[in-house]
Design a protein around this ligand. Structure first.
Ligand code: PXL
Length: 284
């Protein structure tokens, strides 16, 4: 048996409204990767669609947790970060990466800060500066199209865009450092939406598209990034990781739509997990 791969997942813990750690932990584990958590903030719910959430900043704990892990000499095969509660947490994440990431650690940064042309509640332009600088430490980045535009100072236009536009965004993001860029929520034609990715290593572009569904699916970006990050950590090829993660998200979307629960409560990924676990058996 190969040794179990180990990932540090650095996200907020929002108790209700499946996203960030409550998505990363089950999905990374189901992907066969050990998931070690650093919660960056504790919230009663996420900030999209709920009112009156509680918020406790855990910034003071981030670097001490990483320092302890560093003292224990634990090997991390991956570091995967998502939503950050403030630009200051970006600096703390950089210190954390320096403490626990070795030469061969895969660093995945999902700059979860905006969607549909707008920043999430309480976040603003400073988050783009923060993630732009974090890109220098990242091997893989997974922005949605809004985040890709914000980070590269490109005007966001809703609706379908051209492949040239997406490729330009990818090139701009790569100049900040990452070797793999995957942009989610990309529509190249009406009625279709998906992900476009490129690897610096071979210059190959991969595109996976699905039928677009009405409205917003909260947590879809986190589900995609968690699966994609874990599969890459296990050594899957870019194209395989992309197709598998995107198929899982498409299945979650279909189940969520059928169940019809309020969208901000998160996606029905639990019932899609058995099939997902089955689907990755043939990869490894
Ligand atoms: O899914 C991204 C996300 C993560 N964490 C918190 C959020 C959001 C999106 O709104 O509010 C706290």
């Amino acid at each position: 048996m190969n040794e179990l791969k180990r990932m540090a997942a650095i996200h907020d813990l929002s108790g209700l409204g499946k996203c960030s750690l409550t998505v990363a932990l089950p999905i990374v584990s189901a992907s066969g990767v050990e998931c070690c958590c650093i919660p960056t903030a504790l919230l009663s719910t996420h900030t999209g669609g709920f009112e009156g959430w509680t918020f406790r900043d855990l910034s003071e704990d981030i670097v001490p947790i990483a320092s302890h892990w560093n003292e224990l000499n634990v090997r991390f095969d991956a570091v995967y970060s998502g939503y950050l509660a403030s630009p200051e947490q970006g600096r703390l994440l950089e210190q954390t990466i320096d403490l626990i990431a070795g030469e061969s650690t895969l660093v995945i940064v999902d700059p979860a800060m905006a969607d549909n042309g707008k920043y999430y509640a309480n976040l603003g332009e400073q988050m783009s500066d923060c993630f732009r600088s974090l890109m220098a430490k990242a091997d893989v980045v997974t922005p949605n199209i809004t985040e890709a535009c914000f980070i590269t100072n490109t005007e966001y236009v809703s609706g379908p865009c051209t492949m040239e536009f997406v490729e330009e965004l990818i090139e701009k993001l790569m100049t900040f450092g990452p070797k793999i860029v995957a942009i989610t929520g990309v529509s190249l034609e009406k009625g279709k939406v998906g992900v476009v990715a490129k690897s610096k290593a071979n210059g190959k572009i991969c595109v996976v598209m699905n039928d677009a569904r009405e409205g917003m699916f909260h947590g879809a970006g986190d589900i995609f990034a968690s699966s994609f990050a874990a599969l890459l950590t296990r050594g899957a090829e870019l194209e395989t990781a992309l197709e598998t993660a995107e198929k899982f998200v498409a299945d979650c979307i279909e189940r969520t739509e059928k169940r019809g629960a309020p969208r901000h409560y998160g996606m029905d990924f639990e019932s899609a997990l058995p099939e997902y676990i089955n689907s990755i058996k043939s990869i490894f």
